[in-house]
Design a protein around this ligand. Structure first.
Ligand code: ZN
Length: 79
């Protein structure tokens, strides 16, 4: 039997005001718990770049587009 290693989602947040991490904490936790129905993988990493007025860009590293869309759907583009 092969043990499946759990990789916790790697989170990088670049935000001048340092508030995004706090505001996104619950959403990121949910996204980290997602598992791809097709590949059985969890989200590998996300980087978040803060912009003006609570908006931010997120870049995801996932096994496929479908998992990325689920994750991005949870962590939307505005706080
Ligand atoms: Zn997948």
């Amino acid at each position: 039997m092969t043990a499946t290693r759990q990789y916790p989602m790697q989170i990088t947040i670049a935000d001048r005001e340092l508030r995004l991490r706090e505001r996104l904490r619950d959403r990121l936790e949910l996204a980290a718990r997602l598992r791809c129905a097709e590949h059985g993988q969890q989200v590998i990493a996300v980087s978040i770049h803060g912009r003006e007025n609570g908006w931010f860009d997120s870049v995801w590293v996932t096994c496929c587009e479908s998992l990325e869309q689920q994750a991005a759907g949870i962590v939307k583009e505005r706080c």
